[in-house]
Design a protein around this ligand. Structure first.
Ligand SMILES: [Zn+2]
Length: 342
C-alpha cells in the first residue's frame, strides 16, 4: 500500500470511554478499530490475551494474518525483540518523564535503535491496513508517550483525539476491583485504587496528552466523554472534521439506539467482548462517590477540572467547555482546541 495510512489515535487517561469511542469511530466503512494496539505484541502475541472475536490473540485469523504481513515487512524483527524495544522506548517507568525526554532528544538526533522501532511500528499499521483492506485505523492505546512516538512516523497520516472524562467518574471507576476472567476480557485481577492515586494519575496523563497534541494542533481535538454521550451528533461532526470522515450515518445509528459491532480489538475495556455497544450515559459516580473522594479530586486537580470545563455542581454537566471555563481555561485553550460553542 503506497499511500499513507491514516491513524486516528485516542489519547488520554484510562477509564475515559476510549473503547466506546474506538467502536463508534470504527463503525465507518473505511475504518478499522484495533483497540489498545500498544499491547498487541506483549499481551496479544505473547501472553495470549483474548481478542474481541473470542479467540486468543495467537489464534485469531485477523491478527495471525497481520503478524504474517508485519514479519514480511520487517523480517529482522521478532515479537520478543519488538517488546524489548518497546520497554526501552515507549513503556512508562516511574513518571514516564525519562521516556518523554528521550523522545524529544530523538527529534534532534535519532538513534539507530529508535529508527528501527519507528520502522517496525509503521510496518504494523501498514500491515493492519493491508489485512483489513481499510486505509484508516483507530488505535485507542491512549498512552501519551505512544502519541509522541507516532508524531515521528513519516509514513502515517496522524490525527489525535484527546478524550477527557471527569476525574470523579474515573476515580469512581478505579475504586472498583475486578476478578481475572480471560473470557470476559479481564486478563489480570484489577485492584481498587485510592482516589488520590487515581486523580493524580488522571491529571498527569491529561497534561502530557495536551502537550503531545501541541505537536499536531491542526490535526487534533479535545473531546469530553460527557459531551459525547449527551450529544453524539455534534461531537461526531467535530470528530469527522478532524478525521476527514462523514459520521452522519453513525450519528443516526447512535440516536436510534442501534448497536455498533465490535470486530477485533485486541485489548482494552471488557466492553469490547460484548460483540456490540450502544451509547449509554453512566452517571453512577454522582450518587455513589464519597464526599472525601470528591474533595481529593478538587484539591489535587481542581485547576485541571476547571480548565477542561468541569464544575462542582450538577447544573454545569451539560455545558460545553468553552461556555463554562474560567479565565484559566481561556489561557489553556490557546494550547488545545476546545469544543465548539453550540
Ligand atoms: Zn479476533
Amino acid at each position: 500500500m503506497s499511500e499513507a495510512v491514516r491513524v486516528i489515535y485516542i489519547i488520554g487517561a484510562g477509564r475515559s470511554g476510549s473503547t466506546l469511542l474506538d467502536t463508534v469511530l470504527a463503525s465507518h466503512p473505511d475504518v478499522v478499530g484495533v483497540g489498545e494496539l500498544v499491547n498487541l505484541h506483549s499481551a496479544g502475541w505473547t501472553s495470549n490475551e483474548v481478542c474481541a472475536c473470542g479467540k486468543l490473540g495467537t489464534e485469531c485469523d485477523f491478527w495471525t494474518r497481520v503478524r504474517t504481513a508485519w514479519q514480511r515487512r520487517v523480517p529482522e524483527a521478532t515479537v520478543e525483540s519488538y517488546v524489548a524495544l518497546q520497554k526501552r522506548i515507549e513503556f512508562f517507568t516511574g513518571l514516564g518523564l525519562m521516556q518523554l525526554a528521550r523522545m524529544l532528544r530523538q527529534r534532534i538526533s535519532p538513534t539507530a535503535e529508535f529508527q528501527s522501532y519507528l520502522q517496525q511500528t509503521e510496518a504494523l499499521y501498514q500491515s493492519i491496513a493491508e489485512v483489513s483492506g481499510k486505509s484508516i485505523i483507530v488505535d485507542s492505546s491512549k498512552h501519551p508517550i505512544r502519541g509522541a512516538l507516532l508524531t515521528h512516523l513519516r509514513g502515517i497520516d496522524l490525527r489525535l483525539v484527546h478524550l477527557v472524562r471527569d476525574a470523579r467518574a474515573v476515580v469512581w471507576s478505579r475504586k472498583k476491583s475486578l476478578e481475572a476472567d480471560q473470557k470476559s476480557g479481564v486478563q489480570f485481577a484489577i485492584k481498587p485504587r485510592s482516589a488520590w492515586y487515581s486523580v493524580a494519575f488522571w491529571a498527569f496523563i491529561n497534561v502530557l496528552a495536551t502537550i503531545v497534541c501541541l505537536f499536531r494542533r491542526r490535526q487534533s481535538l479535545r473531546m469530553r466523554y460527557e459531551d459525547f454521550v449527551a450529544e453524539p451528533q455534534v461531537q461526531l461532526e467535530r470528530l469527522g472534521h478532524v478525521c476527514g470522515l462523514d459520521y452522519s450515518a453513525t450519528a443516526q445509528a447512535l440516536l436510534t439506539g442501534q448497536p455498533l459491532k465490535v470486530e477485533h480489538p485486541i485489548a482494552g475495556n471488557r466492553m469490547r467482548m460484548k460483540g456490540s455497544v450502544t451509547l449509554k450515559p453512566d452517571w453512577e459516580w454522582r450518587d455513589r462517590l464519597p464526599a472525601r473522594d470528591r474533595a481529593a479530586c478538587w484539591l489535587c486537580a481542581g485547576w485541571l477540572l476547571l480548565a477542561f470545563g468541569y464544575g462542582r455542581s450538577r447544573v454545569r454537566r451539560q455545558q460545553s467547555a468553552s461556555e463554562s471555563v474560567s479565565w484559566f481555561a481561556s489561557v489553556w485553550g490557546c494550547f488545545a482546541r476546545t469544543p465548539a460553542k453550540r
